[in-house]
Design a protein around this ligand. Sequence first.
Ligand SMILES: *[C@@H]1O[C@H](CO)[C@@H](O)[C@H](O)[C@H]1NC(C)=O
Ligand SMILES: *[C@@H]1O[C@H](CO)[C@@H](O)[C@H](O)[C@H]1NC(C)=O
Length: 442
Amino acid sequence: MRLQLFIASIALLAVIGTASAGQNWAVLVAGSNGWYNYRHQSDVCHAYQILHKNGIPDSNIIVMMYDDLAKNKQNPTPGIIINHPNGQDVYKGVPHDYTGNTVTPKNFINVLLGKKDAMKGVGSGKVLESGPDDNVFIYFTDHGATGLVAFPNGVLYAKDLNSTIAQMHSENKYKEMVIYIEACESGSMLEGLLPDNINIYATTASNAEESSYACYYDSKRQTYLGDLYSVNWMEDSDAEDISKESLFKQFQVTKQKTTESHVMQYGDLTLGAKHTVSEFQGATRNGKQQSVSPVVDRMNTLLKRETTATVDVRISILSKRLADLPANSEERLSIKRELAYTVRQRSIISSTIDSIAKKSFEVNRSGYSDLVTSQRMKLTQHDCYKEATQRIHAKCFDIQNEFVLNKLWIVANLCEVGLHSFTINNAVDAVCDVLGRQQFEY
Ligand SMILES: *[C@@H]1O[C@H](CO)[C@@H](O)[C@H](O)[C@H]1NC(C)=O
Ligand SMILES: *[C@@H]1O[C@H](CO)[C@@H](O)[C@H](O)[C@H]1NC(C)=O
């Protein structure tokens, strides 16, 4: 009898032991600001609600978002953010770990590497404190370009993300990790970089060469509420029993519903079949089934999603606002002016990048190859690309502008055809020293 009790308590201890052995951690990042970029922060708020309802404590969820929407003067519903047409508020309860100017690539890297000291006095100071038994979920949503994603301040290069991940692996900061990225050309953040033997499974909104797509235009708020890939995985998490659904199944559902771009998988694909979504998006590893919360909307497949390529979002919003206004109204004139300014901005940026391409060949004294402006090459010359794009940022214009991001593949091509970064930098100086650094309002 005593022995049985003893064995029973050992067994119980073993169960508790395994249950508490692993925790869930998550880092959620929206890399933009401004009302017309509403959708990125609303995606991140929604993602938080999913993890929260699934039982991951706030202490283990780190949120980086600019936080200029709830109180924005353009917000017709102050204090409320939605991610779905007529959806419920997703802003309530979202931790304000890093907001405003603290949403930077450097802080993101410090958070991932668990650098508590470096983050002391910055925002909440929360960092990943995960260990070898813990699962980590990272979700990033914003604008992107070949080999980089944008932050409100600065950009994160694929090579730097890659080395951060490698360091997390060598420092045993996770058991398994799942990374979801929504951005244009998001495949280029991982393609040819993320190895298949470091226990990471990732999906991206698009391949390395194409746009990602905004969706759910809301005429009351005059902005897009979500991004297609993001709302697809999140509405799947809302609707499914994620303690039974595999990561691969979620990928398939998301891929099928993301009709405008190619949703991709990277890393160790065997993890996708082996693990459930809740092992990363919920604290269900101890067997507790979480209830579905009414906070988040269920999937509505009949809803018209009104997708728009990221680069066209600003022009699309202005055009829709214009169409809603009575002829000859004062506001109509001002929006017409803004639209003309935006279209001009786009064409100035485009022709500046083309001039840099031409000039680079002149500096090199080699014949211009129009391959660099007509055909995308795979990015392998990461250092050259970083130097050249940083020079453009310093000398020409803000590279976080999505019209610039949309053309950076040409700069990647210049590096790929063998031009050295100092050749390209000379061309950047020659073109932009004449024009001066241009400040566009956007
Ligand atoms: C990316 O990281 C892996 C280790 O995870 C490393 O083997 C590889 O060389 C890195 N790639 C680049 C371009 O730095
Ligand atoms: C000049 O162009 C050639 C051919 O594209 C390339 O191989 C070479 O490295 C370039 N030189 C410099 C200094 O950029």
